[in-house]
Ligand binder design. Structure first.
Ligand code: IMP
Ligand code: MG
Length: 176
């Protein structure tokens, strides 16, 4: 197994805080007078979800899903297995899927079809990070924290082999 080396700070705690606040303001404006139903994708979205929901000044409900995409530690295969489904019905709800990062787009593209079949009133995607250069399918987030280049990111929920999720800032790893 290869070893990963932690690099520097790509986005500081302060930069993350400011950006998440801004996203919360935009979502609050876009959904004025409505309730939003945030669906966090475990486990990577946990810090982002916790911060974002507190920056949205609307009626907010939350739920989580856990999915696994078969593949290696750093590359998903596009075959998605649902490990934990929603606890409640999303029919008629304004769904916003909250994700840590979009890479190939395969996971969210699958989830989008899966969730839209359940009849939400609206469906949008909010990702903290986006690596558009790596996309394998047409998929655009409606809200995005930062667009980044092709690096393997860790911190603020993101892991490599389950490590570094607890870092309060965004970093990346290199293989030695
Ligand atoms: P996609 O299906 O290729 O878009 O992959 C999405 C999932 O792969 C994300 O939700 C992450 O869990 C994981 N992933 C993709 N890129 C990274 C990364 O740079 N760091 C950590 N996890 C990543
Ligand atoms: Mg994820």
């Amino acid at each position: 197994m290869s070893e990963y080396k932690l690099s520097g700070v790509m986005f500081s705690e302060e930069q993350i805080k400011e950006r998440v606040k801004a996203l919360g303001r935009i979502i609050t404006e876009d959904y004025q007078g409505k309730e939003v139903f945030l669906i966090g994708i475990l486990k990577g979205s946990v810090p982002f979800m916790a911060d974002l929901m507190r920056c949205i000044d609307l009626d907010v409900k939350i739920d989580f899903m856990s999915v696994s995409s078969y593949g290696s530690a750093t590359h998903s295969s596009g075959v998605v297995r649902i490990l934990k489904d929603l606890d409640s019905d999303i029919r008629g709800k304004n769904v916003i899927v909250v994700e840590d990062i979009i890479d190939s787009g395969l996971t969210l593209s699958y989830l989008k079809d899966y969730l839209i079949k359940r009849g939400p009133a609206s469906f949008r995607i909010c990702t903290f990070l986006d690596k558009p250069a790596r996309r394998k399918v047409e998929l655009h987030p409606d809200y995005c924290g930062f667009e980044i280049e092709d690096k393997f990111i860790v911190g603020y929920g993101l892991d490599v082999d389950q490590r570094y999720r607890q870092l309060p800032y965004i970093s990346w790893v290199t293989t030695e």
